[in-house]
Design a protein around this ligand. Structure first.
Ligand code: UD1
Length: 359
């Protein structure tokens, strides 16, 4: 019987793992093991995702935790090497672009284990982002590359990846949303939001939160916007820590900072928001599916499909551009005409079908 290992570690991985692991259970007799690196370890960043999305408990938790990127990735590689050798799988699957993804990919490449990458081929063309490094290196050593938009195929082909190994299957995040559509509702968030409308904000990328002056500037901007519409801000642990360090206290109480929310709460918050301000990759895609305007506080995005579809705008990390985007949204509500191809809730089934060609 074929043995598969899934390696995950951080919040955005779990959302992508859920539909794939369940589609494999439903359609095959393959044996699966989940290795959690422990990159994210707070209950709100990990365990609640496994519970809510019905992901089986990890078979191994490496408890690596937070440290420098080099040490974190290195320690993951050492531990993953031992477990992968012990299980001796036919295939390892990795997801997205976090440090856990890269660590597993490098171990498989060195050990000669067949490696599949879900969400391959996305490129921001910005090597200052740790995720861009992770994406490029993971794709370079992957044997099977599952893509979620045709632009990703084009990127991979331009980098010399053999076309036979690239499979355009669609977006597994959308599978998760579609599966839980009935649970994305106002009841989930009624205690978190004001009655008469709100905007949602999340920021956690080092480029936005690590510099004191920039973080102050961006929080002042949110503060200003919140005088027009209340802002609900579920803060990543890194952001909470940084806000404490800069002694942030809102001059206007309408920026409401709350603890990280569960995945279904996050989707519900997005669904009922007037707009979303974020630097998250996943939320750019989720708002596209939900048809909610998204303002992305970055200079670039690897998810340009969301801009093409009209839900997402980039504001170059410029406060005046954020305010201008808000003006535009509040004066004329936008909707999208169509969803990206194969963002239909069946990506994980297509992944299983393709995997049959390999194992
Ligand atoms: C990681 C991913 C990023 C993704 C994000 C989603 C990399 C390089 N980055 O960034 O692409 O968008 O996850 O959340 O892999 N922390 C806790 N508890 C936790 C996890 C983190 O307190 O459970 C704090 C720690 O102070 C840690 C900091 O958050 O130092 C950053 O965590 P880390 O895993 O290094 O990266 P993220 O910023 O979460």
């Amino acid at each position: 019987m074929s043995k598969i290992i899934h390696v995950v570690g951080a919040r955005p991985n779990f959302v992508k793992l859920a539909p794939v692991v369940n589609a494999i259970y439903e359609n095959t007799y393959w044996t699966q093991s989940i290795i959690h690196t422990g990159q994210h370890y707070d209950k709100s960043m990990s365990k609640t995702f496994f519970n809510e999305l019905h992901i089986p408990n990890p078979d191994y938790n490496l408890n690596i935790g937070s440290t420098s990127h080099a040490e974190q990735t290195g320690r993951m590689m050492i531990e993953l090497g031992a477990v992968i050798k012990y299980i001796n799988p036919e295939l390892v699957m990795v997801y997205g672009d976090v440090n856990s993804t890269l660590a597993a990919a490098m171990v498989c490449a060195k050990m000669g284990v067949l490696l599949a990458h879900v969400e391959a081929g996305l490129r921001s063309h910005d090597m200052r982002m740790p995720e861009e490094i992770n994406r490029i290196l993971t794709d370079r050593v992957s044997d099977i590359l599952f893509t979620h938009c045709l632009e990703a195929d084009t990127n991979l082909i331009a980098e010399g990846v053999n076309e036979d190994n690239i499979h355009f299957v669609g977006n597994v995040i959308i599978d998760t949303i579609v599966k839980h559509e009935d649970e994305i509702n106002f009841t989930k968030i009624k205690n978190l939001v004001p009655e008469h409308g709100y905007a949602l904000a999340t920021l956690h990328r080092p480029s936005n939160v690590d510099d004191d002056n920039y973080l102050r500037l961006i929080m002042d901007t949110l503060d200003k916007i919140s005088r027009r519409i209340p802002i609900i801000f579920p803060a990543h642990p890194r952001t909470t820590k940084r806000l404490k360090e800069i002694k942030y206290s809102p001059t206007h109480s309408n920026v409401v900072i709350i603890k990280p929310v569960t995945y279904l709460q996050s989707l519900s918050l997005q669904k009922y928001a007037k707009f979303v301000i974020t630097d998250s990759g996943g939320m750019q895609e989720e708002t596209t599916f939900l048809g909610i305007p998204c303002i992305t506080v970055r200079e670039n995005t690897e998810r340009s499909i969301t801009i093409e579809k009209g839900t997402n705008v980039l504001v170059d990390r410029m406060p005046y551009k954020i305010e201008r985007a808000v003006d535009k949204i509040l004066s004329n509500a936008r909707t999208i005409s169509s969803l990206p191809t194969l963002w239909d809730g069946h990506a994980s089934e297509r992944i299983v079908k393709k995997l049959r060609q390999y194992i």
